[in-house]
Design a protein around this ligand. Sequence first.
Ligand code: DGJ
Length: 742
Amino acid sequence: MMAITVEEKTGVFHLQTDNTSYVFQVMENGELGQLYYGKKIHVRPQYPDLTIREQRNITPAWKLDKPDFQLDVLKQEYASFGKGDFRYPAYKLVLKDGSRISEFGYDRYEKRKGKQRLPALPSTFDEIGDDAETLTIFMEDKMAKLELKIVYSVFPHQDVIVRSACFVNSSETAVHLATAYSVQLDLPDDRYDLLQFSGSWARERHLLRTPLRPGVQSVGSLRTASSAQHNPFMMLARPETNEDSGEVFGFNLIYSGNFLDQVEVDQFSTARILIGINPAEFSWNLTPGQSFQTPECVLSYTAEGMNRLSQQLARFYRRHLLPARFAEKNRPILINNWEATYFDFNEDKLLGIASKAKDLGIELFVLDDGWFGKRNDDTTSLGDWFTDDAKFPLGLGHFAKQLHAMQLAFGLWFEPEMISLDSKLYRQHPEWVIHVPGRSMSPGRNQFVLDFTRQEVIDYLFAAISKIIEGTQLDYIKWDMNRHITEMFSTQLAAEQQLEMPHRYILGVYQLYERLTSKFPHVLFESCASGGGRFDLGMMYYAPQAWTSDDTDAVERMFIQFGTSYGYPQSMMGAHISDVPNGQTGRMTPMATRAAVAFFGIFGYELDITKLSIQEISQLQDQVKFYKKYRRLFQFGTLYRIDNPFVNGGNVMSWQVVSDDRRQSIACRYQILNHANPAYKRIYFKGLLPDQKYTVNNSVERFYGDELMNAGLFVRQLIDACKCASASVDFHAALFVIEAVD
Ligand code: DGJ
């Protein structure tokens, strides 16, 4: 099967995956018209019915002798501004004379096998021969001498299409690119719910489902980070779609800066989706000979419900976005000292935690904030990436050696983008901080941001971080980012380039990531931004893991991890057990429940394990053993969501991971509050082999897979009154280990 079929005569392009079709056509005016995206249909040379037009009143037409060719009524691929389509455009160019009209017409196409990476942006690739094909449509504005490339990469076996656009200025004069989305998709109706993942610090990616309505609905960011407030991942699902059936589209931008995901329902009830760099803080000075490449956007569709969509995206990222060396690699169980010590530590204290961790079977020790400069609180030393001698009199290399001698891997925290005013770096280079000369600077967590559009800043950080990596034989880096940017201005950019800065900033971040990950390919990166504030695909390209949230309370984490799972695999979600009462909520949750939540991610600890009781130590030992036994299942198993905590009062959540051969599975049902005399309940598992027999938690009874999925399993809810005095019956987690037996 060919993924891309081109009908030269009719100008029809049909992109096909195993289960989906995406069809567009060159229209009479030379622009591209969108015909169809959805469940797979047959390839035909043309689709006359999909291009039928009816002339509408009061609507401008393309030209006098084509009164029925009205852009406002047509579904398009990448709509221009100001030629009669009054919906929001996919791009806007401002020419030298101030005019904003573009007339890009189809010129030619090019079809290639495979998918190349983009040079300066994180992007998808096909390096495993997965039959990807890439189609570039070259459009030309002859008068302005500008070229527009609309690029589609089809990953046929993943049911994914990746899109981007690239503008090239072949003229003698500079133009301004004021808007350049990565993707536009016009759907023929608006009978969809928008599913967005919104929240805040410590409350990331909560699911919100709302029906589309006339007008514009959007999520986005102007924080120069994808942010915790809204995530770039969104879905559009039919109202009847649920986890296991129904049509759903997923969209995710491979970008970590300002973004906008927008859906506009127009007067004819069609829906236009636009996704890309947020135009509110963007403009690009496209000088002669220069080009501008947008980030890529991932599009995926299924008619089989939201579980299927998340699964196909997770599989796609593993094969075509994540660093290949980590994509399938078991991730270590880590201990992080942050919540155990905060800034108050020395070598001895850390070694105490490390040796206890080693006894428990933990594999990676992560030294968080406070190891560098003179940093004993958050007012100082960011930018001074050299060891604090007071805390490590014999040097960090010496400390690292001791960890490695214990056969513990060693990880370090950095916040490369930041600078403290009280730092050697600031004293040497005050001009490196982002600021507007003459204006006051707004502090965030007592710190400021380095101007990542300056090459010398990136070079300094690359050298400083490389030195530490080499000196400690470092295995892991947690790259944090704890404030958003204010006074966005670069003293080294010309006035007309200032609106380029947000994008240039994030390109700088990517450059540093690229250089570090290329020079030190064995170092595992975990991204972080005050928890999950930069949880996006741009980061995933470099950092296979991300700290999901600063909120480690088990109940809150249920919601955060459940919401996150729609767009991101569990192998990306750092999930740690922390102490109780929880630092963010004050809640006391049982250790077993905290573990049962953290198991469904990249498991670790974030508490002072030297202070645990004997009973707790043995619990931890059991957790580590259990996680190691089922690590692949938890990290890379196929995830099925069962009970959604964002609906029905939010008291229950359950989900399940299933091995590739479907012979092993673990599910967990979490219940927040216990109720007296509760309703009769069964849990219905998913993804098992119908004819296979299984045990559940080593049961004597053997169940067929079809029984467990269709008849379900009884959920015990009545409490044992004798045990109540010592343990809470609220915040309860029930794990189900399901194993095939012959
Ligand atoms: C915010 C992160 O989310 C925390 O895990 C911790 O690393 C602190 N920053 C350290 O300053």
